[in-house]
Ligand binder design. Structure first.
Ligand code: CP
Length: 313
């Protein structure tokens, strides 16, 4: 069994069975990361190109490391230092990369739908590494993997997603992922950052932070995306922190042992206090490690021959 689509542009069209497969495949990949020699020959001779039109630390680096740990060649193209600066279009840039032999293109782009557009005009596999405020599927997959690893299951857990839902591609992919895997999803954030009609996605929109946190097993704290915001959607950062910041006192409202998660980069002291970010319930650093394992799993499933290669782990 493998993934049904050529590309991974979002979790909206990925089945629960496929999500399960990716998570199951990521588990042995994590074992490889723990070894002293982090290298297996599964993707030898294959090429992965990361094309980033926006800044990134975690996603870009973890795609590169994932490719390298599986022995693929990995190349990064940053829009700021490429011919994009000379006016080259996204399609022309991608076709140029494909002409050089790329098997997978991982794309981060400020426009929603960019990865899908690219997937439609390339033979290479395309993975969405974040497109505008639309989706960030590999982030959601690593979140799911982390929850399953820590809690032993996803189904039936109460998951609170807190903050800037309007601009968050992580929130959108998390909502698809958690609901498909049977979790109860609650959203809370400023009314100005909560899109109308979210209930149709099978989530509960809470009237206050406390309602979302009450007995939650998992707290997904979202980053306030200052770079995407129009002015005036909340009064100021201090006010946001006062109403929606996760601190030690608010963490006590959640279930004992609730996981604290954040996709990064964090605005410490705004959406999350430093003591919670660095506290015993935080799994933020493990999310980063798991991001490499999940991306290894995806690369393997997309270009590594699927289950036939299992013996080569
Ligand atoms: N979570 C995430 O996408 O982080 P980066 O922007 O650093 O890739």
């Amino acid at each position: 069994m493998g993934l049904s689509g050529k590309d991974l542009t979002g979790l909206r069209n990925v089945s629960p069975g496929e999500i399960q497969l990716i998570l199951d495949t990521a588990a042995p990949m994590k074992e490889i990361i723990k070894r002293q020699i982090k290298k297996v020959p599964i993707l030898r001779g294959r090429t992965v190109v990361t094309v980033f039109y926006e800044t990134s630390t975690r996603t870009r680096t973890s795609f590169e490391l994932a490719a390298k740990y599986l022995s693929a060649d990995a190349v990064n193209i940053a829009a700021a230092t490429s011919s994009v600066k000379k006016g080259e279009s996204l399609k022309d840039t991608a076709r140029t990369i494909e002409a050089m032999g790329a098997d997978v293109v991982a794309l981060r782009h400020p426009m929603a739908g960019a990865a899908e557009l690219l997937g439609g005009c390339l033979g290479a596999r395309v993975i969405n590494a974040g497109d505008g405020a639309h989706e960030h599927p590999t982030q959601a997959l690593l979140d799911l993997f982390t929850v399953r690893e820590k809690k032993g299951r996803i189904e039936g857990l109460k998951v609170a997603i807190i903050g800037d839902i309007l601009y968050s591609r992580v929130a959108r992919s998390d909502i698809w992922g958690y609901t498909k895997m049977g979790a109860e999803v609650r959203l809370a954030g400023p009314a100005t950052l909560m899109p109308p009609g979210m209930e149709k996605f099978g989530v509960k929109v809470c009237s206050c932070l406390e309602e979302a946190l009450d007995g939650a097993d998992v707290i997904n704290v979202l980053r306030i995306q200052l770079e995407r915001q129009q002015h005036g959607l909340f009064p100021n950062l201090q006010e946001y922190s006062r109403l929606f910041g996760i601190d030690r006192e608010r963490l006590r409202l959640a279930a004992p042992g609730a996981l604290v998660m954040h996709p990064g980069p964090m605005n410490r002291g705004v959406e999350i206090s430093a003591e919670v970010a660095d506290g015993l319930q935080s799994v933020i650093n493990e999310q980063v490690t798991n991001g490499v394992a999940v991306r290894m799993a995806l690369l393997y499933l997309l270009i590594g021959g699927g289950a036939q290669n299992e013996a080569n782990y």
